[in-house]
Design a protein around this ligand. Sequence first.
Ligand SMILES: [Mn+2]
Length: 337
Amino acid sequence: MLFSEQLALATDLIQRGQRFLIGAHARLDGDALGAMLVTAHGLRKLGKEVYLYNPDPVPRRLSWLPGAGEVRRKVPGGARFSATLVHDCGARHLLGEHFPEPAVTGPLIVLDHHEIVSELGDIVLRDQHAGSAGVIAMRLLAALGISEDALPLDLATALFVSLVEDTGWFRYPNTDQEVFRLAMAARQSGVSSWEVALQLDEQLSEASLRLLTLVLPTLERHCEGQLALLTLTDQMLREAHATMDDVGKLVNYARALRGVELGGQITVSDDRIYVSLRGKGRIHVGELCAQFGGGGHRNAAGCTLSFADSSDVPKSLAQAKATLLTACQAALSACPT
Ligand SMILES: [Mn+2]
């Protein structure tokens, strides 16, 4: 079904309903939370009740966003919603194990821009070309009659965060005219890019720098230098007195190297070995991660490689790495320069 047809269905459902559950993928990032808050502030403006839910806590660097403090990790018992709006999510398992039943959530409206996805949602507002999930949320609000002119500051701030987080501050190829137009709308509503940058990127913990000094020495180059890999373990987090909140975007250091086509970060945490992959455009990392049940975008994706045997982490890590190297080598060979 066309995006416009799905949009008409979503608009109708929201106009007729009163109470909405607002969700996003687990392990919230700036787009997931930003998009949730765009929808939440927008629906409130229309006189609707909203309830914000995520299985994971809001990361510290996003906790300043107006409305972030309303995100709850449980849905109140007995609650029933007219519909649930799920943001930036292309797979059910990303909603967490305790995501409520359909009897509670009502119909599921997905607002997403991932390319590699699995079946999820009764109404799916997905455009893989949209710069962020916040862009999709704005398309929905526009259809509901909310004008881009004179947005409330809380909504405009959430929108701006969604835009800068998923476009890398307007650098990635998804930075299109719609992104710039919405960024301009946010600016005109009073959002200061420097104030947002101060909150997002100028509040590092010392633990995050200590962690950097432990992770950077793990750098490995493979596939004739085209793949750069960094490894992060629970042990390093403990040594740096850091939490996952302090990890940041380490994987970007790997991709940023000259001669690198694929940057990867292998994380060993909670007995899980997962990988974040970043590309420069030649290789579709979303497709690469889909081989392992993951997903994402052309230049940014992730997947769980295996479950680590806690009795022999180095061995499980070596096996996971070998699997990843084989897949990367195959992808690089299939797409020569
Ligand atoms: Mn996104």
